[in-house]
Design a protein around this ligand. Structure first.
Ligand SMILES: CC(C)(COP(=O)(O)OP(=O)(O)OC[C@H]1O[C@@H](n2cnc3c(N)ncnc32)[C@H](O)[C@@H]1OP(=O)(O)O)[C@@H](O)C(=O)NCCC(=O)NCCS
Length: 232
């Protein structure tokens, strides 16, 4: 993989029991333990598919045995691979869809969400969006309100996942654009450590009914999208 290129892999969770059994053979003991604790079969199949694909792809990129990969976890639970610090990756899943972003030399965060419309988007935005984002959102209504909410939400989540702090990061302390995908960008980041110039934001529609976003620290040369259903 070329330096500073982003690869985004999309897959629908595999639900066939035989396949899941085969995938499980590549997972570590702690991953199998985590898999056994899911209450719903659906969530278990997402976790197993995502971990199997993550291991397989790291194996392909770095020419290592997928089974022998040891993940390290940050204070906030972000998995990283100690064997090669140049390759960053991030996983996200929503419903049965999974995305995994990879980059050599760029820190990366990804988020995918299924678009739902059974809640009060403006009310929720008041708790998780900055004032500027809430004002921008209040110009939308109907289905476009929900799409704008999820564009904002996935953009924000991809950033806090790239930083690695997850929901411990103050969500109102930075603002993103919430309009069309081509215009995804950071408006402001109030932080002593992070400067908005260092971060790049991208949005895309991975599949019908879903929205996704990618944040990278530094500018990617390009972003390539792959359908992982073709390789599993
Ligand atoms: C990271 C977080 C925002 C994910 O939200 P989500 O929408 O439910 O989940 P997504 O599907 O987008 O992402 C989940 C994946 O992100 C990765 N991840 C977990 N924590 C992460 C973090 N802090 N930063 C970046 N990525 C993280 C994992 O690969 C996880 O997949 P897995 O559960 O299959 O291992 C949220 O779970 C969070 O804030 N976690 C931090 C919790 C924390 O602070 N814990 C303190 C120590 S216990």
């Amino acid at each position: 993989m070329e330096n500073k290129v982003v690869h985004v892999w999309l897959i629908e969770a595999i639900t066939l029991p035989d396949k899941l059994k085969e995938f499980s053979k590549t997972l570590s003991k702690d991953e199998l333990q985590k898999a056994s604790k899911f209450r719903f079969e659906k969530d278990r199949s997402v976790f197993i598919t995502a971990r199997f694909l993550l291991r397989k792809l790291i194996g392909n990129y770095l020419n290592v045995n997928p089974k022998e990969i040891d993940f390290d976890y940050s204070e906030y639970n972000k998995p990283t691979y100690l064997g090669n610090t140049e390759l960053d990756f991030n996983v996200s899943h929503s419903n049965n869809q999974i995305i995994i972003g990879f980059s050599k030399k760029l820190t990366i965060g990804v988020d995918i969400e299924k678009i739902k419309n059974d809640f009060d988007a403006l009310d929720l935005a008041k708790n998780v969006f900055s004032n500027e984002e809430v004002n921008a959102l209040s110009t939308y209504s109907g289905t476009s309100l929900y799409r704008a909410f999820y564009r904002g939400w996935t953009r924000k989540e991809s950033f806090i996942k790239a930083v690695g702090e997850g929901l411990s990061y103050p969500l109102k302390s930075f603002s993103v654009t919430i309009d069309e995908d081509e215009k995804a960008s950071f408006i402001s980041i109030e932080s002593k450590q992070e400067s908005k110039q260092n971060w790049q934001l991208y949005s895309f529609i991975p599949t019908d009914g879903f929205i996704a976003a990618i944040t990278t620290q530094g500018k990617p040369k390009r972003i390539d999208y792959f359908d992982a259903n073709k390789i599993l």
